[in-house]
Design a protein around this ligand. Sequence first.
Ligand SMILES: Cc1cc2nc3c(=O)[nH]c(=O)nc-3n(C[C@H](O)[C@H](O)[C@H](O)COP(=O)(O)OP(=O)(O)OC[C@H]3O[C@@H](n4cnc5c(N)ncnc54)[C@H](O)[C@@H]3O)c2cc1C
Length: 430
Amino acid sequence: MKIAIIGAGFGALAAAFDLSKSLDDEIEIIDPGSSAGGLAAGFEQEHWDWSLEEHYHHAFDTDKALKKFLEDLDLRQQLVYKRVKSSTLYHGKMHQIDSPISLLKFKEISLWSRIRTGAVLAFLKILPNGIVLENFKAGQFLRATMGQESWRVIWEPLFVSKFGRFSEEVNLSWFWARVNPRTAALGYFEGGWKHLADLIVKKLQKAGVKVSLSSQVLKITKVADGFMLNIKQNDQEINRSYDLVISTLSSPVFAKLIDLPELKKEKLLGLGAMTMLLRLKKKLLKDGTYWLNVNEKNWPFVAIVEHDNYISSAHYGGESLVYLGRYLPSTDREYQKTSAELLADYRPFLQKIDPDFDQNLIEAKLYKAPFAQPISFVGQSKFLPSFKTSLPGLYWVCMQHVYPFDRGINHAIAKARQLVKHVRIDTSSS
Ligand SMILES: Cc1cc2nc3c(=O)[nH]c(=O)nc-3n(C[C@H](O)[C@H](O)[C@H](O)COP(=O)(O)OP(=O)(O)OC[C@H]3O[C@@H](n4cnc5c(N)ncnc54)[C@H](O)[C@@H]3O)c2cc1C
């Protein structure tokens, strides 16, 4: 059977790996990127030993599907874990809040609020499946249980900067998914996630999988005995036919390729990400913080992530690497801004953290992803897409399938491998 996998993110790579076990199939991965990895893709610099992601990426110790996949690939040893420091910027000060003890020491809210906050987080930590919480709105629940003060100081700034006008719509399952799998130690693949994607591509090619990069699917057409894909490759358009197609695209991107009713569900919404990566001569966060939540009013980014407070700058020619994370609809005017325009907006805020910011800046790079954060509404499970589309032989797995979990490499792999099991059942019975 001839199988096309649209996309070369970690979901697609995992699906191809499992499908490649059958010698009867001809498998092709198609992606417009110059390398594999999708949203976790990265790049290299001549004087760096390791690659770096365009958008910050780490794994949790609870990421079972990722660990299992790496075991199957014989690459598990290269996933390394390290405890990091996470802090919150509030009223001009950085406060470490990354454990029950550090939360108890956070004196910007009353002791009673800290105890209530800790108790709710502990409850979410032990609750095994957050789907039961999907009929509660996260904001309402947190205000009622942790209290107004905790909401106003710790959570509201993050919800508002992350979800904008949807901040009051997000359900409690999403919040559970952010709290429950989180571990103090974070995992990173030695050499970077791009290095992992490159290694997987090599293994897939060795197993006979065709990996067509710099190739974009423009259209999917149902034909009598399968599907015809119209593909743009090296500025040329070609048509290729397949018996079975797996799309790993999020709904708005998939909908541009084919008209399917399931892609029009109104609650399949998501936000874009705008990540600015700063290459610096010296650290921005000098206290060792890796992840800094920005809980200040009117700051233009929600998080500052100092990669070299996690992975040694020795791998990057001694450079300090800092991500500024931000989420907003890709239709927003702000999303259209260039790197220079955004840097001009961000500069006064960065100078508050480091008055020598300008002297330390080597380069600012801007990466945009138009669909990067699905929004989980109340009762989201009713709107969940299934693996099978309304066209037999056309399958779908993407970030919107991993609910109630939030997006993540681990979940992309888990869902893609589940999808392959469904494909196997369908194709063996037909
Ligand atoms: C800012 C940010 C931070 C993140 N942080 C983390 C983190 O710390 N840890 C974590 O685990 N996850 C994180 N994620 C999420 C993680 O990157 C994704 O959940 C995961 O990579 C999704 O993999 P995927 O294979 O489902 O989809 P994707 O990676 O989105 O892959 C889809 C692929 O389809 C390709 N494509 C698009 N259009 C076409 C077309 N027309 N034809 C062919 N191919 C096409 C794209 O180029 C892409 O390669 C983060 C994401 C973002 C944006």
